[in-house]
Design a protein around this ligand. Structure first.
Ligand code: ZN
Length: 388
């Protein structure tokens, strides 16, 4: 949804954010921006491709940003107590990051060139990609190996490898289980006279649910079995890690895990972008929860959260970061209540705002003039992309 709008060039976003903090609008939300008492902070991954965030904050504030992040773009709650000890006003910029390569079909997410280190391509964000990869592999396997067909005299049949029905059939710690109630309406009994009922070892046959057949009828389903492919949407399966560490609250400590089925099977955006967006939202929730705590009542927070999109600019021979805002949280001093702005509200405000004057010569700090190509080359729109 948020990517119906183009991202900002990060350095423009930071410039606008700085102007916003001094605005009447921020003041009306209770935020009093006193530069001398403000600590710029970042929470993001350690990856060198996202170092532009540090440079932008340094250029705009003249201060080194305080680190509230961990690898993978996680928000480190433990760092907040230290940060408010340094300064009573915290301005946070944070989120997950994802690499982007342009292509006429809408671009690819999840990788970036690393020419300085002799790699033509590598995962970006490596941590998030490593987390999602085994889920993607298993999902792809299911898409290939679950077969659907419509022999004459039937209303559609699905042949499912037993490992996708019975968790004990595979030794893999990540399991994908078909939701038989959603996808099927009962087993197909063996009939010696009907060839299609003759089961293949290790598979089970079911009659397809009429609702699934409605979506399939657009493609037309023949008598020969074909892979179910991306028609295996999130409503028809579950995917989970049997070895996941579970917290005291009974949910996985890795909080993005329950969203994996949507991440790997969504068709509007690739898994690499989805995991970055969902992970950023989850981290933003822990951040807003944290700053509402009674202990932080005396302090002010302005938290700009979004996804950093890393692009390697061949001409500049440098990484350039775009930024898609997902949330802005203002928590004024003396309160535990905050103001939360959604992406559309942030955009409505930011579209009208000019850039603030950087404290330091920004082109020198960034190592190059304001780039235009990475933003022009960002051609992704929901549903328009190439999968890596
Ligand atoms: Zn990373």
């Amino acid at each position: 949804m948020v990517f119906r709008e183009r991202p900002f060039l990060l350095r423009d976003f930071v410039g606008k954010a700085m102007r916003f903090l001094d605005s009447e609008e921020a003041l009306s939300m209770g935020f009093v921006h006193d530069r001398a008492r403000t600590l710029p902070c970042k929470w993001k991954c350690s990856d060198e491709s996202v170092f532009g965030v540090d440079l932008c904050l340094y250029a705009y504030t003249g201060q080194y940003p305080f680190d509230k992040g961990r690898i993978g773009g996680r928000f480190n709650e433990g760092a907040v107590a230290a940060a408010v000890h340094h300064a009573p006003i915290n301005v946070d910029f944070g989120g997950a990051h994802v690499g982007y390569e342009t292509s006429p079909a809408g671009g690819r997410f999840g990788r970036i060139p690393r020419p300085l280190h002799g790699h033509s391509m590598s995962a970006d964000c490596g941590a998030l990609m490593a987390l999602v990869q085994p889920f993607r592999d298993l999902y792809d396997e299911a898409c290939k190996n679950i077969l659907v067909f419509c022999p004459p005299g039937t209303r559609g049949i699905v042949s499912i490898p037993n490992e996708f029905i019975q968790p004990s059939w595979s030794t893999h710690r990540i399991k994908l289980l078909v939701d038989l109630e959603a996808l099927t309406v009962g087993v197909v009994p063996y009939d010696a006279d009907l060839g299609y009922t003759h089961k293949v070892v290790g598979r089970s046959l079911f009659r397809l649910h009429p609702r699934f057949m409605e979506t399939m009828s657009k493609h037309g389903l023949g008598a020969q079995p074909v892979p179910i492919g991306r028609e295996l949407t999130a409503e028809y399966f579950n995917i989970f890690d049997t070895g996941a560490e579970i917290g005291d609250d009974g949910v996985p400590k890795e909080r993005v895990l329950p969203y994996m089925k949507h991440i790997v099977s969504g068709r509007d955006a690739p898994a690499a972008l989805k995991i970055a967006v969902i992970s950023t939202n989850l981290e933003h929730n822990s951040l807003t929860d944290c700053v509402r705590a009674e202990a932080y009542r005396p302090y002010s927070f302005a938290c700009f959260t979004g996804v950093f999109i890393d692009v390697y600019d061949d001409e500049l021979e440098a990484y350039v970061n775009l930024f898609q805002p997902l949330g802005l949280n203002i928590k004024p001093a003396g309160r535990t209540r905050d103001v939360e702005l959604a992406p559309a509200e942030i955009r409505a405000i930011f579209d009208k705002i000019e850039l603030a004057e950087p404290r330091l010569p920004i082109d020198q700090v960034m190592g190059h003039q304001r780039p235009t190509r990475p933003l022009e080359d960002f051609v992704f729109t929901p549903g328009r992309y190439e999968d890596v």
